[in-house]
Write a protein that binds this ligand. Structure first.
Ligand code: ZN
Length: 178
């Protein structure tokens, strides 16, 4: 093997080590598997989700080292609060949360899956157990609303009518900081 080939191999290996560092690892907590494709997105999402005093208090004793730990702790706290608000505690509740940059990205995912365009800053896919959310528009009430849909969906064996589903998600959104 000549020196050029060795250099190429070394650079490839280095690139392999370097680039994944920029990817958001697939973090997992009790309730959530988190997916995103950049560290910046993760950081922005964390900055945009302000739990407020009461909910923030819940995660104060968690062992938080990384931004990812903090985001997952926040999502778990929102999930638990949503359950309390609804008085629904479904078993084996675990969902995915996919962080996307903008509402356009969310709409594109939606259009690919359902073949129709709709402007969403976030939505919960019932069939995939997954929340897609625009980081640019993310705030506590938005993610609480979608998590509300997830709790409702896991609680009922027979899915309630769409309007009732939506009312319950709005109820979570409204009372998440109570
Ligand atoms: Zn909704």
């Amino acid at each position: 093997m000549n020196r050029f080939v060795l250099t190429v191999i070394a650079l490839t290996l280095l690139a392999g080590l370097y680039f994944p560092a920029d990817l958001c690892a697939q973090g997992q907590s009790r309730y959530v598997t988190l997916q995103c494709n950049s560290r910046d997105l993760l950081r922005d999402f964390n900055d945009n989700i302000d739990l407020g005093r009461k909910l923030g208090h819940l995660i104060r004793n968690n062992n938080i080292v990384t931004v990812e730990d903090e985001v997952l702790a926040k999502l778990d706290a929102i999930m638990e609060k949503a359950e309390v608000v609804l008085d629904m505690f479904p078993k084996n509740l675990h969902i995915s949360v996919v962080l996307l940059g903008t509402a356009d990205d969310v709409s594109q995912v939606f259009a690919r899956k359902y073949g129709k365009r709709a402007q969403h800053i976030a939505y919960y896919s019932l069939s995939e157990d997954t929340i897609y959310i625009s980081v640019e528009d993310a705030k506590l009430e938005v993610i609480a609303h979608e998590i509300g849909h997830a709790v409702v969906d896991h609680y009922f064996t027979d899915r309630p009518p769409y309007t009732i589903h939506e009312l319950m998600a709005q109820f979570v959104e409204k009372h998440i900081t109570d």
